[in-house]
Design a protein around this ligand. Sequence first.
Ligand SMILES: NC(=O)c1ccc[n+]([C@@H]2O[C@H](COP(=O)([O-])OP(=O)(O)OC[C@H]3O[C@@H](n4cnc5c(N)ncnc54)[C@H](O)[C@@H]3O)[C@@H](O)[C@H]2O)c1
Length: 154
Amino acid sequence: MFKDLVVVVTGGAQGIGRGIVQEYARNGANVVIADINKELGQQLKMDLLAQGHSVLFVETDVTKEQDIVSLMQKVVDHFGTIHILINNAGKFQHKSLYDLTLDEWNDMIQTNLTSFSGYPHPLKEVKASGGCHGIGKEFFVQAQSRFRTQLCEA
Ligand SMILES: NC(=O)c1ccc[n+]([C@@H]2O[C@H](COP(=O)([O-])OP(=O)(O)OC[C@H]3O[C@@H](n4cnc5c(N)ncnc54)[C@H](O)[C@@H]3O)[C@@H](O)[C@H]2O)c1
């Protein structure tokens, strides 16, 4: 169903992202695991390669613009383009708002909210391929749907 499509999953090394990576791989896509966790990302890549799937791991911190630019370049160099971007990487501070520091708050916002949709490079790459930008954050839907409309409209 997704044969030959190039799918980038941020936060793809564990949790929900890992499941998304595995499903796209099983359905024939070329999958890119973009995650800050090198150990888990490399391990998942090796497991999927051993099963005969097409997969790439790129160590990426989605809060860093240079990492995102570098990720896009590596994906295009390796697979030629990007059709689907799943903006899944996220983190949640399991503590009361009264105990949250400003740095922790800013890190959460940067990871969950800004990251990929704050930078034009990946969006332009996906748009150029004729693909769509996937959605990953429930509280992000409003802003995301504006981007999605821009990206997916004919
Ligand atoms: N699990 C839930 O119940 C739930 C509910 C609603 C929304 N979500 C959202 O779904 C997404 C995935 O949730 P999950 O439960 O699978 O989380 P998880 O913590 O199990 O996995 C998150 C992944 O993102 C990666 N990551 C974290 N910061 C990163 C960064 N700066 N750069 C790159 N990768 C980074 C982690 O290494 C990890 O692999 C998150 O955005 C989360 O907010 C989860």
